[in-house]
Design a protein around this ligand. Structure first.
Ligand code: BYC
Ligand code: FE
Ligand code: FE
Length: 483
């Protein structure tokens, strides 16, 4: 095994970055450690800090066998600093520095831009933990409770990953940015998180599963783009984060899938042929598919805002600088410089949505968003719609048009329906309840959120998973509540 694949577990902070031979950095991180723990206790999962949770912890950064499972009290989780193995002689793959050796230190001329990218990335990680902090109280099973906490500790590790970069490579202002990552809070009126979707509430488990399906998937796309970075430490950090991200995506797609499975089974048993017969379906204690569709519309549109504006000089600059690439940049067959290239973008022109070719460099947010939409769509089809189809119902979950319900970019100025037809403000007000969850829809979902804490038991509205975590049997006690 190459040296950097081994994780040093001897100190306070597990790592494969040689902390023991960098006393200054180790001191900086060890002084940040208690602050992050204070944050975790105050803003992390509420009420389960003394429970024993069956969690996986990374013990190596090799793709196979990097994790071990065991019972851990969450505050004792070993948050580590883990970089994917270095690629020998790695070159910058795109932009003005294409072909030059990847940077092991911060390129001075791009310092501010790079710091900004790392700070934005770092800000989202603790934000999601804050958003999800009260969900433990209403978990539909111990299995789901454990998955929530697994996601939470890994998002906190992603925070560590960005704090490491800030403290190692950015000196004093990096340390200040690291502090600020714990000072801003999701939904805080005075110091909110940086990006819109991370200040929204995650009030119930349907929201949690939709968030991990749609919003963690933005994480996946952005991490892929940053994994291409010419700043090698960022690339290696993001490459390892992506191995954890796969599980977050799984929690979302399987969570919603199990809800759909349960709803279809309950409709079938009750002899309900029409999924739109909402009142009868709800009376069965399951979530009706139209409500699920509205939640998908909400989370999808909120997440599209995270890609920024359609036309962005920030994105062009980051690409030219070699700091942020495209999704799977290294597998795209073009010149990776993009000067003179164009890319088709949906824009608002004279009150109409039209496709227009624009300079590819300024359309990089769009390209990433398009890749995201394709990825999300394939998940919807392969997981959710397959379950509905197999149950024999004609209903299909759809992704709304990119102009629907937007706050950022071209379409923030207009209202559009899920098919992309532009509406007057009055028409939008009249019909938005058909497409986005109403207070009544949310109250119905909230009413279903009763905790289910017996090993092997599941709440009325969700099916058990196909298989346990780490090959455990169905009645495994994933969380020992008393510790
Ligand atoms: N809300 O040129 P523009 C994850 C700002 S998720 C508020 O259009 P740019 C995770 C923008 O900052 C992945 N403000 O956008 C998931 C800029 O402000 P400044 C997180 C917004 O810069 C689940 C101005 O508007 N990582 O990991 O090209 C759980 C003009 O911006 C928003 C990243 O995002 C918004 N939605 O692109 C846990 C990667 N959108 O600079 C974790 C790093 C834009 O003029 N970030 N603005 O003051 C980036 O690459 C870019 O900053 C963005 C924005 C893609 C976010
Ligand atoms: Fe993350
Ligand atoms: Fe994630």
């Amino acid at each position: 095994m190459p040296e950097t694949a081994m994780v040093d577990y001897d100190g306070l902070i597990p790592n494969n970055v040689g902390l023991s031979s960098d006393p200054r950095l180790r001191r900086a991180l060890e002084s940040w450690h208690p602050r992050s723990l204070d944050w975790w206790r105050a803003r992390g999962p509420e009420g389960f800090q003394d429970s024993l949770v069956y969690l996986r912890t990374a013990v190596s950064v090799e793709p196979e066998g990097w994790a071990k499972f065991g019972y851990v009290k969450m505050p004792d989780y070993r948050w580590g600093i883990l970089l994917a193995p270095a690629v020998v002689d790695r070159k910058i793959g795109f932009g003005a520095h294409k072909g030059e050796r990847a940077w092991q230190e911060v390129p001075g001329e791009y310092r501010a831009m790079l710091r900004r990218l790392i700070v934005v990335q770092g800000d989202t990680e603790p934000a999601s933990v804050e958003q999800q902090r009260r969900l433990g109280a209403t978990a539909p099973s111990l299995y789901d409770l454990r998955n929530l906490f697994q996601v939470n500790v890994e998002e906190a590790r992603h925070l560590w990953a960005m704090v490491y970069l800030l403290q190692k490579y950015f000196g004093r202002d990096g340390r200040e940015e690291a502090e600020d990552l714990l000072r801003r809070h999701s939904g805080d009126r005075d110091s909110p998180r940086l990006l819109g979707a991370f200040n929204e509430a995650t009030p119930d488990w349907l929201a949690f599963f939709m968030f991990t399906f749609f919003t963690d998937r933005d994480g996946k796309m952005q991490l892929h783009a940053l994994a291409q970075s010419g700043f090698d430490p960022l690339s290696r950090t993001c490459r390892f984060m992506l191995t954890e991200e796969a599980h977050h995506m799984f929690v979302g797609q399987s969570g919603v899938g199990r809800i759909i499975e349960r709803t279809c089974a309950a409709m079938r048993d009750a002899g309900i042929d029409d999924p739109y017969d909402v009142a009868r379906v709800r009376a069965l204690g399951v979530i009706d598919l139209p409500t699920l569709q509205k939640r998908a519309n909400l989370h999808f549109s909120l997440t599209l805002d995270l890609f920024g504006s359609e036309i962005s000089t920030n994105a062009a600059n980051a690409y030219n600088a070699g700091l942020k690439g495209r999704y799977q940049e290294d597998q795209i067959a073009d010149d990776h410089v993009l000067v003179g290239a164009t890319y088709p973008v949906l824009r608002l022109k004279n009150g109409c949505i039209v496709k227009e070719d624009v300079p590819a460099l300024s359309a990089l947010n769009m390209r990433l968003r398009d890749d995201y939409v394709a990825d999300a769509l394939s998940g919807v089809e392969r997981w959710w719609n397959r379950i509905i189809r197999r149950a024999g119902y004609g209903f299909r979950v759809r992704l709304p048009h990119v102009a629907f319900n937007r706050r950022i970019g071209e379409f923030a100025a207009i209202e559009a329906d899920p098919d992309g037809s532009i509406l007057s403000a009055a028409e939008w007000q009249r019909r938005r309840g058909d497409w986005l969850p109403s207070a009544e829809d949310d109250a119905f979902v909230a009413g279903l959120m009763q905790p289910c804490r017996e090993p092997g038991r599941f709440a009325s509205w969700i099916a058990p998973p196909r298989a346990g975590i780490d090959g455990k049997p169905g009645d495994f006690e994933y969380v020992k509540l008393q510790g």
